[in-house]
Design a protein around this ligand. Structure first.
Ligand code: PMP
Length: 396
């Protein structure tokens, strides 16, 4: 392989977007694409949302960055709004999802340290999980494709099978700090935690003095039609990582925690030069204004139901290719009977529809949360037209 100025770690597909507008992206070559990938669940408000772009422009002209060593009225304000609307009592702002996960891992370890139990450092995590690409995050991910060649990894993780409650509980020992789990696995292929599994983990944490750490980087921030996916289960975590939708395209993440779980995170224990800077906070405020508007989450649920129904109706007409639909709200997965990567490429190159593949032959459908019926109809039409003419490769 030859080196390129941009480190060649991505398999590029060649769309090369230069402009976005609502649910559409425009390529360098003038092609228009229906964007049902949203930068992998990031562009919650679509592209170029006026409230978000104005907030960023105004803040950039006023004050872009100051050190976290000074007071942060902007950070305090957004943190207060998050606290007012969630289980959390306190927030640490980051620049990405992986950093939010790192902060969550550190907060969990430091909780047990503060309680005089530094040996309780191990988080039980789950096969097919994804928590990011930093060393701590890949250590929490039991997948060779992300770990090979990067050893030695961080000790302090034990791996159970997703949705196997008994298997997870069997791993609890004197070193256990808690569980780290996505309520809906995104990269794993839109695999949703069962009610029994997630509520069972919560119960085990309460019984054993452990922490429930939820990674809602992909499934949180309105994507399921709830502000956070754990609300679907009637439980709350002790610590939660958030990113993607929270910035709507601005690089922003956050670690949220209860007062009790954050008891070890005192002055000097953690930090970030950019985390929570005024520009990021302006983006976060603008997104939150829209997500918390009356009726917004109900709109996500309605659009999710409509899209799901359309996909389910389409399956019997293309049952050589499509298998089943999974997920909640606008975090949907369409399982294929052949290679999902090849079909995603076909839909992109021949029908100008952007999707993302994941897990075992699953297409992730993650549109902007602001889509309407017309976008759904266009997506379904493009999908069924593509399915009609698509021929899977012989060895799929
Ligand atoms: N956790 C989950 C559940 C994710 O889906 C992702 C990103 N796909 C991450 C963490 C990492 O986020 P980032 O790429 O912003 O570091």
């Amino acid at each position: 392989m030859t080196i390129t100025p941009l480190m060649p770690v991505y398999p590029r597909c060649g769309v090369r977007p230069v402009r976005g507008e609502g649910a559409y992206l425009f390529g360098e070559d003038g092609q228009q694409y229906l964007d049902f990938a949203s930068g992998i669940a990031v562009n919650a408000l679509g592209h170029g949302h006026p409230h978000l772009t104005k907030a960023i422009a105004d803040q950039a002209a006023t004050l872009m960055h100051v050190s976290n060593l000074y007071g942060s009225p902007q950070g305090e304000h957004l943190a207060q709004r998050l606290v007012d609307n969630t289980f959390a009592d306190t927030v640490f702002f980051t620049n990405s999802g992986a950093e939010a996960v790192e902060c969550a891992i550190k907060t969990a370890r430091r909780y047990h340290f503060a309680n005089g139990n530094p040996e309780r450092h191990t988080l039980i995590t789950f096969d097919t999980a994804f928590h990011g690409r930093t060393l701590g995050a890949i250590s929490a991910t039991n997948q060779a494709k992300m770990r090979d060649g990067f050893e030695p990894l961080l000790p302090g993780f034990a791996y159970a099978t997703f949705n196997d409650l008994e298997g997870a509980l069997a791993l609890i020992d004197d070193n256990t700090a808690g569980f780290l789990v996505e309520p809906i696995q995104g990269e794993g292929g839109i695999r949703q935690a069962s009610h029994e599994f997630l509520t069972g983990l919560r119960k085990a944490c309460d019984e054993h003095g452990l922490l429930l750490v939820l990674d809602e980087v992909q499934c949180g921030y309105g994507r399921t039609g709830k502000f956070f996916a754990h609300e679907l289960y009637g439980i709350t975590p002790d610590i939660m990582s958030v990113a993607k939708g929270i910035g709507g395209g601005f690089p922003l993440g956050a670690c949220l925690a209860t007062e009790e779980a954050a008891k070890g995170m005192v002055a000097g224990t953690h930090g970030s030069t950019y985390g929570g800077n005024p520009l990021a906070m302006a983006a976060g405020e603008a997104i939150l204004d829209v997500i918390l508007e009356d009726g917004f989450l109900a709109h996500v649920t309605a659009m999710g139901d409509r899209l799901r129904q359309g996909l389910e109706q389409m399956i019997p007409n293309h049952d050589h290719l499509f298998d089943s639909v999974r997920g909640t709200g606008l975090m949907l997965g369409l399982k294929l009977k052949s290679d999902s990567r090849a079909f995603v490429a076909f839909a992109r190159d021949h029908h100008n529809l952007l999707l993302v593949s994941a897990g075992e032959n699953v297409i992730r459908i993650l549109p902007p949360l602001v889509i309407d019926e017309s976008h759904i109809a266009e997506c379904l039409d493009k999908l069924s037209t593509a399915a009609r003419v698509y021929v899977p490769a012989a060895d799929d």
